[in-house]
Write a protein of this length. Structure first.
Length: 162
């Protein structure tokens, strides 16, 4: 299964659905993670908040390939994309294990194929370096065996890279 997360606006969802099983528009309307950890303990992989993202952990956990399209914000994801990723903490468990000689949370859904991140907007070399590191660490934490980062000057070009 392939999932696309983007902050380009819902009007692009239909076109992106041709390239993915799920398309989630990070439009900034979702409540932020409350840090209650009920998605870890009480309701595994289901958020306590019953909005459109209550199943985001299950969707992302089942996705073999994940593409994230985000605007650069000081070398990181846009706030709306970051909020959505924070709400997906239920893809792991509260237990820890060693992967690659480092301590990480145990994956609830096992390993996955590829995490692709497309970043658009003005970006400095230092911000590119930071984003590459963030994506590398996210790939390890989320259980992806491969990862890549591409940089685009604008949202129009980024939207075509699904």
């Amino acid at each position: 299964m392939k999932t696309i997360i983007h902050d380009l606006g819902k009007e692009r969802n239909e076109r992106m659905l041709a390239a993915a099983d799920y398309v989630i528009c990070a439009d900034g309307r979702y409540a932020p993670c409350q840090g209650c950890f009920r998605c870890w303990t009480k309701h595994p992989a289901a958020c306590e908040m019953k909005d459109e993202l209550y199943r985001v952990s299950r969707i992302l956990g089942s996705s073999e390939d994940l593409t994230i399209i985000t605007e650069n914000l000081y070398g990181g994801y846009s706030p709306a994309v970051k909020n959505l990723l924070d709400r997906s903490i239920g893809t792991s468990t509260p237990f820890s294990t060693y992967r690659g000689g480092q301590m990480h949370h145990t994956l609830r859904y096992g390993k996955r194929n590829c995490l692709r991140v497309v970043v658009y907007g003005d970006i400095t070399e230092a911000e590119k370096s930071t984003l590459k590191l963030i994506v590398e660490r996210n790939a390890i934490n989320m259980g992806y065996t491969e990862h890549s980062v591409r940089f685009c000057p604008d949202a129009e070009e980024a939207g075509g890279m699904t």
